[in-house]
Design a protein around this ligand. Structure first.
Ligand code: 13P
Length: 332
């Protein structure tokens, strides 16, 4: 018997496909729109997100889309609910359920993600609107001292409790611990922090009885800080990221879908490709990119309905290239 959780995992984890993250919160989408001179109104957000979901053939490369709460209730130009439009394209609709991050008390520089209160009830509503999976993002600032042990443990506990609540509601959790790219730290420091973070996350998931077969991991790649003098080539990012993942992520996890986290679209694709060229791996290694999929399309759109087709073509191009990278065939 195929359980509902397994059916959702099967829908999300498909060869040559990845996930589109379109779940920017109010302040984040406002920042992205400002960069292209577009005001963040409900109608503009609807127009942008329905344009993406309606891109002809998107389901060839995209298996799932992470939506923001507002989008779950919005409709395409022809009145079709957006989650239904996604499903018709063969794309599983999901929902960001965390309530954002804030300072971790008594731990200067560290942050904690909120949103566990009432989560079970909220998930019931999201399921009725069509969501089959969820996402929760924890963030870790990096310095010589950060993140503190307290931040690593508190975020691991929150991620595991979120994942357990999701599975209890037949919703597949995407567990997203993001080691931030901001700062001038070395690649070695990023590797050290990522390893500590992932190790704590899997201990907590185990403690809470989360079925690893019915979740996806959405980690950051091991890269030097953005302000670090020496940037890394894809081969090194791939080698160091895989080393940390092999040490920390059990083979029972079906898929690892990276975030792009401020890498350029081309970097994010090349790094994913380099990892898959070193396969086979125990897990399917793919993408769950926000900016690295949307940026070029948003530049083409700039809020103009007349540019919709050009924007859709730009999105399809990044989706196709990342689909190729997810099987190690980008640029081949
Ligand atoms: P980026 O790929 O732009 O980092 O977004 C992915 C995401 O969902 C962050 O939470």
């Amino acid at each position: 018997m195929t359980t509902e959780l397994q059916a959702t995992v099967d829908g999300l984890v498909q060869k040559g496909k990845g996930i589109l993250a379109a779940d920017e919160s109010g302040p984040t989408i406002a920042k992205r729109f400002k960069a292209i001179g577009v005001e963040s109104t409900e109608e503009n957000r609807r127009a942008w997100r329905s344009l993406m979901l309606a891109a002809p053939g998107l389901g060839q490369y995209i298996s799932g889309v992470i939506l923001y709460q507002e989008t779950l209730g919005q409709r395409a130009d022809d009145g079709e609910p957006l989650p239904q439009l996604a499903a018709r394209q063969g794309i599983v609709p999901g929902i960001k359920v965390d309530a954002g991050k804030g300072p971790l008390a008594l731990a200067p520089g560290d942050e904690i993600t909120q949103g566990l209160d009432g989560l079970a009830q909220r998930l019931e509503g999201y399921r009725q609107q069509g969501a089959r999976f969820a996402k929760w993002r924890a963030v870790y600032n990096v310095s010589d001292q950060l993140p503190s042990r307290a931040a690593i443990e508190a975020n691991a506990e929150a991620l595991a409790r979120y994942a357990a609540i999701c599975q209890a509601q037949d919703v597949v959790p995407i567990v997203e611990p993001e080691v931030l790219i901001d700062g001038d730290h070395t690649l070695a420091r990023c590797a050290e922090v990522t390893q500590a973070v992932l190790q704590a996350v899997f201990v907590a998931l185990h403690r809470h009885g989360v079925a690893l077969e019915h979740m996806l991991l959405k980690p950051s790649m091991v890269v030097p800080g953005k302000a670090h003098a020496a940037q890394a080539q894809p081969a090194e990012v791939a080698e160091q990221t895989l080393r940390v993942l092999r040490r920390t992520v059990p083979a029972a996890v079906p898929g690892i879908n990276f975030l792009s986290g401020g890498q350029s679209p081309a970097e994010a694709t090349a790094n994913l490709d380099a990892m898959n060229r070193l396969g086979p791996h125990p897990w399917r290694l793919s993408f769950s990119y926000g900016r690295a999929l949307q940026d070029t399309a948003m530049q083409a759109w700039r809020g103009e309905a007349a540019h919709a087709q050009l924007a859709q073509q730009a999105l399809l191009k990044r989706a196709r290239l990342n689909g190729a990278a997810s099987i190690g065939e980008y640029g081949a």
